[in-house]
Design a protein around this ligand. Sequence first.
Ligand SMILES: Cc1ncc(COP(=O)(O)O)c(C=O)c1O
Length: 393
Amino acid sequence: MFEESIVRWGTHSAKWDLLAADLGQDALSLSVADMEFATCPAVSRAITRACEPGIFGYTEVFDDFREAVRGWQARRHGWSPAVGDVHFFPRIVQCVSALCAIVLPGQLGRTPRVVTLDPAYGPIIEVVKRAGCELRRVPLDLSEGRVVIPEQRFAEAMRDADLLLWCNPHNPTGRVWTSEELDMVSALALTYGVTVLSDDIHADFQRPGRNGYRPLAIHSQQLWESGRLIQCCSPGKTFNSAGLEASAIVVRGVLGARLEEAKRLMGLHNPNFFAIPAAIAAWNEGDEWVDQLRERIDANLRVAVARLREELPLARVVDPDGTYLVWVDARSYLPSATLLAEAVARSRVAVSAGEDFGEQYEGFFRINVALPERDLERALERLCEAILALSVH
Ligand SMILES: Cc1ncc(COP(=O)(O)O)c(C=O)c1O
């Protein structure tokens, strides 16, 4: 399992047919965060079953979806939210949009002030900006390859903020936040009355022996009970099913009702035909497959971090606690976006450029290691060779 190289050209893939199109047929891609592994057999079976009648009409969300969310959270993460607190959204990005463009402005009578840590996942930042919010981006301290929250700056940003966009495990650094960091976040949110959206889309990829993932909701009961904590869960990364568009937004009380109303305003009623059966199969039947996947990812991360550190000793390579992503500060070699683009073209290996996560990250890049190990090794070899050939050193 996880060894077959699957050809995805011609599937309307954003990662391949758009972003790797200029690199030629022997391109390898370490960019967009979907995996090069076929999904769990239970998910494929659910989709095949759904196809059988040959009718692709409107679908609806029932308690079997909400129960599947609760079951997965309870078994995997020790959290058992009430079924009534689970809300379907096609995508987490749409939930952020509903919150920033509709729910919070309606509540506050003005545009919201939003805090996030940098580097940050670009499409969420885009949504916040397009909603006209005041965006406060607090840069993480990334010196020495560590990932540290600058506490004072973070606390200042939170002081009169309306929303914290929290991401755990963090994309792109792969950091899983410690109990102390979660304590700090919940204390600040409670003190200043800030709503927290915890985007935990990468939650299932924690690595053995590293900081363990815990949902903020169980870490801070008080924050959860305040009704100002939104937990975002998704099978999208875990089961390589992002294109099916299913996520679960878990929140107590009136904020959940407001998000449901905003969803209607956005015209997001009736999920994609395959979203619900696939999500239910994933969460009810996917445990064993995910356990095996996590072993593969952990092994690939070890390969990638070791290789990058050996070949590019002047780069700062973050060894992640979770996710299948590695964040690299390669400014010592390729200080500009143009040089990185040249290395990508020369190696025919696509990566995600640092600027996608904040404009100050020129010379950084993110790689995705969720591909067969043989392909990962070939990609790293080609990429490092091109970086060294173009290096300013
Ligand atoms: C941190 C994070 N949040 C959200 C998303 C996108 O989620 P969705 O497709 O449900 O909007 C991604 C995708 O890469 C991500 O990394």
